[in-house]
Design a binder for this molecule. Structure first.
Ligand code: NIG
Ligand code: FE
Length: 401
C-alpha cells in the first residue's frame, strides 16, 4: 500500500556519499520540510506533499506534528548479545587494576560467560537476546549483527546460533548471525589451537551451512586467543566453504588487520592497537575497519584511530561490540558520539559509520540509506537540527515509526 508520511523538518537520506574516506558535513544532502512516499514498506521518493499527492492521489497520508529529523535506521555490525550471566566481577577486577588479558589467563573472562551460556537453555538465550535486540531497536538500531562464541563446542555453538535464528522471528530488528566458535581455545578441548580450529571446520561449519544458521565466520586474533598464522588457514578454509569472513583484529596487539586484508575479510574489527602500516593496508583494501568505542569505554583504553583511518581513505564503520565482558553498555549512538568527539569526526562520518558503511561491513546491499527502492527503515529525532543528535551524546532519544 502506498503511504505518504511527513512533514519532516530535515531528511538525511545519506545517498550519493563515497563508501571510503573522510567526509565533510557540507557533503550531506539535507532535504527540508519534505514528505516520504513509500509502497509496501519500500521508499519510492521524497518530495513536497503537493507533488507526491498529485502523482499518487490514492496514497494514504500520515501527518506528523512537531520537529523531526529523519535518518536511516542504524546498523550495529558487531555485537555479542546472545549470552547469559554477568561479568560484574571482571569489571570490578579491572577497576582495581587487573588487565582484561590477566583476568582471562587467571580463568575468568570469556570462559566465565561460556560457562553461564552453556548452562542456559536455548529458550532462555532467545528471551535474553530478544530483550537486548528490542532495547537496541528502541534506540534506533534496526539491523544487528549477533555473534555466537560463548558455546565453544559443536553442540553449544549450534544452540547459540539456533537461539539467534529463533530470536530473529521474535524481534522486529533484523538479526545477522555470525559464527565465532573461534573465540578462544575452549578449556575442555583436548588438543591444540590448530586442532580445535580443524574441529570447527570439520564438525561445526558444515552443519551451520546445512541449517543456514550463519553465512559469516569470525575469529579472535590475539595473544591468548589465536595467532595470525593459525587463523589464516582457518579463514581460508571457511572462505572455501562459502562463508564471508571477519576478524577481531588489533585489539591489544597487531597482526589481525594485516591478516584480514590478506585473506579478503569483509571487516577487521577493534583496531585499538592498529599501527600506521595497518592503516595503509586497510585503506587500500575492501576490508571495512570497524571501530568499537564501547570496548574502549568498557576497558578504559584508547580508541581506534578513526581519524587516521578515514584520512588514509579506509571505509570506517562504528559498532557497539555489546558483550558482557569488554563492552557491557551497548548504547551505540552514545558511543559513536563520544568516539566522534575524541577522534574529531564529522557528523557525516559518524552517521556513515552507523549506516551505509556498517551495511558494507555486513555486505548488505541497499541498506543504510534512504534511496528509491530501499526498505523504508528509518527513525527520527525530535529536533529541527540534525547536529543535535550527536551533540546530545545519545540522550536525545529517537521516535520510532
Ligand atoms: O570483542 N575480544 C574478544 N571478544 C569480545 C569480548 C568478549 C568477552 O569479553 O566476552 C570483544 O571485545
Ligand atoms: Fe567483539
Amino acid at each position: 500500500m502506498k503511504k505518504i508520511t511527513g512533514p519532516f523538518t530535515q531528511i538525511l537520506p545519506l545517498t550519493g556519499l563515497p563508501l571510503k574516506g573522510a567526509l565533510k558535513d557540507s557533503q550531506l544532502q539535507i532535504i527540508k520540510n519534505a514528505w516520504v512516499l513509500s509502497n509496501n514498506d519500500r521508499i519510492i521518493t521524497i518530495g513536497t506533499l503537493e507533488r507526491l499527492r498529485k502523482d499518487h492521489p490514492s496514497a494514504q497520508i500520515t501527518e506528523i506534528t512537531g520537529d523531526r529529523v529523519l535518518l536511516p535506521g542504524f546498523i550495529d555490525c558487531h555485537t555479542h548479545i546472545c549470552f547469559a550471566g554477568s561479568r560484574a566481577n571482571d569489571y570490578a577486577l579491572r577497576s582495581s587494576g587487573k588487565s582484561y588479558t590477566d583476568i582471562a589467563k587467571a580463568g575468568g573472562g570469556i570462559w566465565d560467560t561460556v560457562t553461564a551460556t552453556r548452562a542456559a537453555s536455548e529458550a532462555t538465550l532467545v528471551e535474553l537476546l530478544v530483550k537486548r535486540a528490542d532495547r537496541h531497536l528502541s534506540e534506533g538500531v534496526s539491523i544487528i549483527e549477533v555473534k555466537s562464541g560463548y558455546g565453544l563446542s559443536v553442540e553449544q555453538e549450534l544452540k547459540q546460533l539456533r537461539a539467534i535464528k529463533e530470536a530473529s522471528y521474535k524481534t522486529k530488528a533484523t538479526l545477522v548471525p555470525t559464527c565465532l566458535a573461534a573465540h578462544m581455545l575452549p578449556k575442555d578441548f583436548e588438543g591444540t589451537r590448530a586442532e580445535y580450529l580443524d574441529d570447527v571446520l570439520k564438525n561445526l561449519l558444515p552443519i551451520v551451512k546445512k541449517e543456514n544458521l550463519a553465512t559469516r565466520v569470525d575469529i579472535f586474533v590475539e595473544d591468548g586467543a589465536f595467532k595470525p598464522e593459525t587463523a589464516m588457514n582457518f579463514l581460508q578454509k571457511a572462505k572455501e566453504m562459502g562463508f564471508a569472513v571477519t576478524v577481531h583484529a588489533d585489539q591489544f596487539t597487531t597482526g589481525g588487520s594485516e591478516l584480514a586484508v590478506e585473506v579478503g575479510a569483509v571487516s577487521a574489527d577493534h583496531q585499538e592497537a592498529t599501527k600506521d602500516r595497518d592503516i595503509k593496508l586497510l585503506a587500500k583494501s575492501d576490508t571495512v575497519a570497524v571501530a568499537l568505542p564501547g570496548a574502549s569505554l568498557g576497558l578504559g583504553m584508547q580508541y581506534a584511530p578513526a581519524r587516521k583511518l578515514l584520512n588514509a581513505g579506509a571505509c570506517l564503520a562504528i559498532a557497539s561490540d555489546w558483550n558482557p565482558g569488554s563492552a557491557p553498555m551497548g548504547d551505540l549512538l552514545m558511543q559513536a558520539a563520544v568516539l566522534g568527539a575524541a577522534e574529531k569526526l564529522s557528523a557525516a562520518e559518524v552517521f556513515a559509520g552507523l549506516t551505509f558503511r556498517a551495511a558494507q561491513a555486513l555486505r548488505l546491499t541497499n541498506r543504510g540509506t534512504l534511496a528509491t527502492g530501499t526498505p523504508a527503515d528509518f527513525h527520527m529525532y525530535p529536533t529541527n537540527d540534525y547536529r543535535d543528535i550527536l551533540y546530545n551524546q545519545g540522550k536525545l532519544k529517537p521516535i520510532l515509526r
